[in-house]
Design a protein around this ligand. Structure first.
Ligand code: ASP
Length: 592
């Protein structure tokens, strides 16, 4: 139907006849001559229709925004003064001779010919219109380049693309499962995979050696910003190699991809132990573009009378940390400090103590802070010394349970970095390693920090005698404070797997019921193996500079896990429910 895309015409086509198809982006009537901006996925071409071609002119006069038309005409240079060097087709125009209206459009729900901020609900409801916007199209174009790059890279490294089931049994990754009722097995349910974890391990046991898949994963999580109930992973697994091999293959992939697709040379990926990341950045996904660091000062505050500091300083599960903001005393107003105090409150901090260093040479006299009167001079001097405070600085403090301090000061560090534009580089990747195996589940038991199939870095005996101290062979790739992917070396020994499940409180019967197939497979010759999965949506979000993962997913769900476009999830009729042997409980009415 068409001879080329609208965005593809340029000076090399002058005097040639072309046929273009697309959407009417804008129509302008310039005193008897009609200009149409015609848009397709490649760009915009300017069409001119003059009254000499009466029929085409009449049609051009009748078209409106978003009509779909085809135009046959001749390419010519735009007159001087009418060129637009910003547009690839901006030096030429098409003198339209024949025009066909292929379909009409109602008035669009939001204008597409100029960038306008439209509520996200409206954009999602009319996603097919929203996706017509060049900026949306470009983000999905980058996504397509990324997946094709990854496929080529993985193929080149000898990985086989294998699909794994969507209707399956639960795969524990720490979220709730989406369940699908079975019609043929009354009372039974499939679970949608939270990841292909177990299948990729089985593929290693099958001898596939190197597997990858661009896989949909499903997790029914509580509302959290920037999560999607279904999302895409670049899932990778390989045999007979260790964590260094996996980290180097995947690092090479990301590095090459940034270079080839974005012309970005990523710096080195330092490896940071989990404990160090928490200590210095209060986070296991540190944003290393920001030069601020948390510094422990517990030891200096153990004996002070000020309980707010001394209690946590003397409690092994708590922490007192300082965060120095260079020149913060000059940069931040009292009102801003109050706002940051409210901000850390979101993370459970009961306040935000600070010391403003007006003049370091003046000792206590040169400092300003509501807490100074509670602290001995020696402690203050040593703290300032330790954080290397200088005149003009502001030193914030967090004193609470370690989790609260880490979360609140960690978030404050990032917020200050953004608000005050403290970034020292555009891209700062790293690996976080040496994660603990387990964390407390709050009910006296343990949960796996990665997942229950991750290998510990110790023996079965050591693991059993001190699960709290055990480190895992897991690793996360982090870029600019976002976790791009995570993985681990897996357990390939049935005894070790049984021990880990036991520590997690999964009894033998439950283990057999849930992952009997995996436990069996471990007994039939399992190679040492490990892997990693990247979150594709987040990766593309970072690569396109998008503000949310919804911007890089063609048809995303809202934050309350529904699809505005199709109105899914929806109710189903009784007949369907009956076939599935499902009876719904009556909806509880308020007050009952
Ligand atoms: N299955 C893991 C996840 O979804 C990734 C991995 O360990 O390879 O996070």
């Amino acid at each position: 139907m068409r001879s080329q895309y609208c965005g593809a015409i340029n000076e090399s086509h002058i005097d040639q006849e072309v046929t273009l198809c697309g959407w009417v982006h804008r129509r302008r009537d310039h005193g008897g001559v009609i200009f149409l901006d015609l848009r397709d996925r490649d760009g915009i071409a300017q069409i001119v229709v003059d009254p000499d071609t009466a029929e085409a002119f009449k049609l051009a006069d009748s078209v409106r925004s978003e009509y779909v038309i085809s135009v046959k005409g001749r390419v010519r240079a735009r007159p001087e003064g009418a060129t637009n060097p910003e547009m690839p087709s901006g030096m030429v125009e098409v003198l339209g001779k024949e025009l066909k209206i292929l379909s009409h459009s109602q008035t669009p729900p939001f204008p597409l010919d100029e960038y306008s901020e439209v509520g996200e609900d409206v954009r999602l409801r009319y996603r097919y219109m929203d996706l017509r916007r060049p900026e949306m199209l470009n983000k999905l174009r980058v996504r397509s380049r990324v997946t094709s790059y990854i496929r080529n890279f993985m193929d080149g490294e000898g990985f086989l693309d294998v699909e794994t089931p969507i209707l399956t049994r639960a795969t524990p990754e720490g979220a709730r499962d989406y369940l699908v009722p079975s019609r043929t097995h009354e009372g039974c349910f499939f679970a949608l995979p939270q990841s292909p974890q177990l299948f990729k391990q089985l593929l290693m046991m099958s001898g596939f050696d190197r597997y990858y898949q661009i896989a949909k994963c499903f997790r029914d999580e509580d509302l959290r910003a920037d999560r999607q109930p279904e999302f895409t992973q670049v899932d990778i697994e390989a045999s007979f190699l260790d964590e260094n091999d996996i980290m180097s293959i995947t690092e090479k992939m990301v590095r090459n991809m940034f270079k080839d697709l974005l012309s970005v040379e990523l710096p080195d990926f330092p490896r940071i132990a989990f404990s160090e990341a928490m200590r210095k950045y209060g986070s296991d996904k540190p944003d290393l573009r920001i030069p601020l660091e948390l510094v422990d000062v517990d030891d200096l505050l153990k004996d002070v009378e000020f309980k707010v500091f001394s209690s946590p300083a003397n409690d092994s599960r708590s922490r007192v940390a300082a965060l120095r903001l260079p020149k913060g005393g000059e940069l931040l107003s009292r009102k801003q400090i109050d706002d940051y105090t409210k901000f850390v409150g979101i993370y459970g901090a009961k306040g935000l103590a600070y010391i403003k260093v007006n003049d370091l040479s003046q000792g206590m006299e040169g400092l300003q802070s509501p807490i100074l009167k509670f602290l001995p001079e020696e402690a203050v001097t040593r703290i300032l010394d330790r954080v290397q405070a200088e005149t003009g600085d502001l030193v914030f403090f967090g004193a609470d349970k370690s989790t609260v301090v880490n979360e609140s000061l960690g978030a404050l560090r990032v917020k200050l970095g953004h608000d005050l534009e403290l970034f020292e580089s555009e891209w700062a990747p790293c690996w976080v390693v040496d994660f603990p195996m387990f964390e407390e589940d709050g009910e006296g038991g343990w949960t796996a920090i990665h997942h229950p199939f991750t290998a510990p870095a110790c023996s079965v005996e050591e693991l059993q005698s001190n699960p709290e101290a055990a480190l895992s062979r897991a690793y996360d790739m982090v870029l600019n404070g976002t976790e791009l992917g995570g993985g681990s070396i897996r357990i390939h020994d049935a005894d070790m797997q049984a021990s880990v499940l036991k520590i997690l409180g999964i009894g033998e019967e439950e283990a057999r019921d849930k992952f009997g197939f995996l436990l069996d497979a471990l007994k039939f010759g399992c190679p040492p193996h490990g892997g990693l999965a990247f979150g594709l949506d987040r990766l593309v979000m970072l690569m396109t500079g998008a503000q949310s993962i919804r911007e890089v997913i063609a048809f995303p769900k809202t934050q309350s896990a529904m699809c505005m476009l199709t109105q899914a999830p929806g109710e189903v009729d009784h007949k369907q429910l009956r076939e599935l042997n499902i009876r719904l409980r009556k909806k509880e009415t308020s007050g009952s």
